[in-house]
Design a binder for this molecule. Sequence first.
Ligand code: SF4
Length: 348
Amino acid sequence: MVKLAGMNPEELGAVAAAAGLRPFAARQMASWLYTKRVKDIDGMTDLPKKARQWLKDNGYAIGRHEPIMASRSADGTVKYLFEGVAGRDIEAVYIPDHDRATLCVSSQAGCRMGCRFCMTGRGGWQGNLDAADILNQILSIPESETLTNIVFMGMGEPTDNIDAVLRAVEVLTAKWGFAWSPKRITVSSIGKQPGFGMLLDRTQVHIAVSLHTPYSTERLSLMPVEKAFPARQVIETLKKYDFAHQRRLSFEYTMFDGLNDDDAHADALSRLVRGLPCRVNLIRFHRIPGFEGKPSSQERMEHFRDRLNDNGVTATIRASRGEDIMAACGMLAGAKAQQNMKEENEQS
Ligand code: SF4
């Protein structure tokens, strides 16, 4: 199957020419894909019937597929499960919040970064999503038309699948695509190069860097990526870009009881990010099997936040959403994979 979703006007032009259509058909197709959001080729009703048939006969499809499961939280958060790659389902989480409606999307089926505290990382990597798979999460949820923001914070490390992520961002922000401001998009990353530099150079989206501790040896014990791409190096890279105006920078800091939540960590973190216009998001840890870390108490998180603020670093505690539906990254797909495995074992 050749997916049309994710193609730019030049690529659509080549498809149109092969289908015997005039060049302007590329713009019509882009409009059907990204403005009118058709689900199948027959929905492109101003293309001649013969051309639509040619597209279908030659293996073209829009690349849309509905979620296979939805779990709705008491707080309005909805976790959607989509068919992913190589048998690994992927997740997207819809988070309504007053006048905002954010969708957290996945960029990979699984992840190969191996962060020890992450359910997705523990499940390994099954494959990359293509741009159509990423856009499908945005287009195929019932709340699609109401979305105000997209965050790439679901399964996978966006810079490890940078071509598909850049293409998805291009479609979201181009005039011929969704025509969104890049200010409505945030990409979270551990800072893997060369994808991280490409993300900074080629887009204007907001950046969130997963830090989790200011100390290199400690970060290495939590995140193997620290070895090849140390946080200090990531921060040096960030200093070359402008985050004082339109584009925003944040650091993600998951808080573990007795591990990274004392005053010394707060002060070292303040020193590390000094000079960068940024915000630190403190994240409550959700326990996962096989990792000994425990969540910090609410009091500790508040004290840590206040200490950062006193040090001149803007810090906030991110509200936990959808805890009753396992909305944390990788948990629903992980639970479903475990259930499948259990059923297979019972059958054999
Ligand atoms: Fe991958 Fe992010 Fe999980 Fe680390 S925290 S393993 S980068 S999905």
